[in-house]
Ligand binder design. Structure first.
Ligand SMILES: [Mn+2]
Length: 295
């Protein structure tokens, strides 16, 4: 069984991403894929907020290409920031003629949009953004970007969700884009009393035994905003795993996890399924512990 690695929202933190992938032995110091047949999942929101979203996009695409040549794979999901950036690109030129009545361009800028990313993005990179899958299923693990009801509203199979998402991304009316972005911006649906039921519904429709998401930083999910120790957050009866390590919000923040991809292992109640967590900072070394954590 080949390794399965997952990282949450990178948000333009290129040097943090490099360091984490090097420590996980998925990339070398020249940005080349080292993961052989491994799978690396990125949970969306590659760009905005941090200093070099375009650099992140180009690094991920390079690894995607190299991994596929090596028998591995890099899966980069659609996040709401990918959609915001596509909306900004689409409506930017129409602003002066009143063609952006809902301020989609400003919405992107106010949420950390970087003009350099927008202006230097190549047409084929825009196409790549439009093609990002909204969900990914790997064995018993179901991956999505957001802890939002969007996916359930879009369809009852992963194919329906993908088809309706790409229809929204082709839509020319700003109303469609606003609706889609508002639904995608929702968060924390699994922390409520109905959270377990919603997670069960997601897994029932789309497959898998555990739901993994980014989008909402782990300290928000855990209700410990003052904690400097950001770690994966397993909740909703152990069926949901939050992995947004707040990379662009907090210095030294960020982690990547290796998940247990052995079939049937997630049937064990109470088993979180994380084999390793690799952190960005050396805080674990400082207290004499190994750099990786094992469950
Ligand atoms: Mn997001």
């Amino acid at each position: 069984m080949s390794d399965l690695w997952v990282i949450g929202d990178v948000h333009g933190a290129l040097s943090s991403l490099r360091t984490l992938l090097q420590r996980a032995r998925l990339a070398d110091f020249e940005d080349n894929w080292l993961g052989d047949g491994a799978t690396l999942v990125l949970l969306g929101d590659l760009m905005d907020r941090g200093p070099d979203g375009l650099g992140v996009l180009r690094f991920v695409r390079r690894l995607e290409q190299q991994a596929s040549e090596a028998g591995g794979q890099v899966i980069s999901l659609l996040g709401n920031h990918e959609v915001m950036l596509l909306a900004a690109l689409r409506f930017r030129g129409r602003r002066r003629q009143g063609g952006d009545p809902y301020g989609l361009y400003d919405y992107w800028k106010q949420n950390g949009g970087r003009l350099r990313d927008l202006s230097q993005l190549e047409p084929e990179e825009m196409e790549w953004l439009e093609e990002r899958p909204p969900t990914y299923l790997h064995g018993d693990w179901l991956f999505v970007h957001a802890d939002a009801r969007l996916y359930l509203a879009l369809g009852h199979t992963r194919e329906q969700v993908a088809a309706r998402t790409s229809a929204f991304l082709r839509a020319s009316t700003p109303e469609n884009w606003v609706d889609f972005l508002n639904a995608f911006a929702e968060r924390e649906i699994y922390t409520t009393e109905q959270g377990g039921d919603l997670a069960a519904e997601m897994l029932d429709f789309f497959g898998g035994k555990r739901l993994v998401h980014g989008h909402t930083p782990v300290f928000v999910l855990s209700g410990e905003p003052s904690s400097p120790f950001l770690r994966p957050h397993s909740y909703a009866g152990g069926t949901v795993l939050g992995l947004d390590g707040a990379m662009a919000y907090q210095a030294g923040a960020g982690f990547i996890v290796r998940l247990d991809a052995d079939p049937g292992r997630l049937d064990q109640p109470g088993y979180v399924g994380i084999l390793d967590t690799v952190y960005l900072t050396e805080r674990d070394l400082a207290v004499g512990l190994p750099r990786t954590e094992r469950d």
